[in-house]
Design a protein around this ligand. Structure first.
Ligand code: DGL
Length: 273
């Protein structure tokens, strides 16, 4: 397949979380066109079996390539990336990047005491994808992981602060806090929206690392290496799709991402969008 410089980058997540990656992509490469699918109709992914999430990821990525001619797929969801990156890379006719390796690289770079943590969904943490990614870097660090079931649901409900979230955060973050980490990777793309609460619970001495910027840098490097980056004078367009309530996606999405999120169109499983 011949990849076209003017084609969009395809991005997907289970819902709103991937908008943190969209923000970084837009800021770093305003000339690139982007198509985003939030699979809010089937979210959350974090507590679903790996093969089910893998099937969703394949379907979404194939739709981005087939229906929108995506030249690169960014899996802006840790849960999906942890179970589907290999199969996507092996089967799609375009390059694919996830959020896990870029996040792991950023994490080991910022630690001073060698004790690092990662938090994510049950699916991501139990996949051990971060243990593998950190090992592959070969850095001398001790990684402590904690699953945070419930965090994603708070974000999807637009409840990003308050007593309920703080109470849950105090309980779920205890293992990484007790381990004395000085750097904590937000290993779920929804979590940056909870960063004020997470920071408050972890304390100001802990650096929170989001994989969004690192993933955008990795995407730019890949496009440039392959010679398929958009022309410098191109004006990037952005399109948004949701498999759930498109009006809710538009209203909360705009608050989370910003004014670039305009109209949201329906995306239907098994149909061309
Ligand atoms: N943003 C997804 C991630 O990074 C959330 C997964 C979910 O839907 O539970 O893992």
């Amino acid at each position: 397949m011949v990849l076209n410089r003017e084609s969009p980058i395809g991005v997907f997540d289970s819902g709103f979380g991937g908008l943190t990656v969209m923000r970084s992509l837009i800021d770093l490469m305003p000339n690139e066109s982007l198509v985003y699918i939030g699979d809010t109709g089937r979210y959350p992914y974090g507590n679903k079996p790996a093969d089910e999430v893998c099937g969703y990821a394949v379907e979404l990525a194939e739709s981005l390539v087939r229906d929108h001619g995506a030249k690169l797929i960014v899996v802006a969801c840790n849960t999906a990336a942890s179970v589907a990156l290999e199969v996507l890379s092996a089967t799609l006719p375009v390059p694919v990047i996830g959020v896990i390796e870029p996040g792991a690289r950023a994490l080991v770079r910022v630690t001073h005491n060698g004790k690092v943590g990662v938090i994510g969904t049950v699916g991501t943490i139990s996949s051990k994808a971060y243990d593998v990614a950190v090992d592959a870097i070969g850095a001398d660090v001790q990684l402590t992981s904690a699953a945070c079931p419930g965090f994603v649901e708070f974000v999807e409900r637009d409840q990003t602060d308050g007593d309920e979230v703080t109470l849950l955060a105090n309980r779920l973050l205890a293992p990484v806090k007790d381990a004395g980490v000085d750097a904590l990777l937000l290993g779920c793309t929804h979590y940056p929206y909870l960063a004020p609460v997470i920071q408050q619970v972890m304390g100001s001495g802990v650096v929170l690392v989001s994989s969004a910027n690192e993933t955008a840098f990795a995407a730019r490097d890949l496009l440039e290496t392959r010679g398929i980056e958009a022309p410098a004078d191109a004006v990037g367009s952005r399109r948004f799709f949701s498999s759930g309530d498109v009006e809710w996606f538009a209203s909360l999405g705009q608050r989370l991402l910003g004014p670039e999120l305009g109209e949201v169109s329906p995306w239907m499983s098994g149909a061309s969008s």
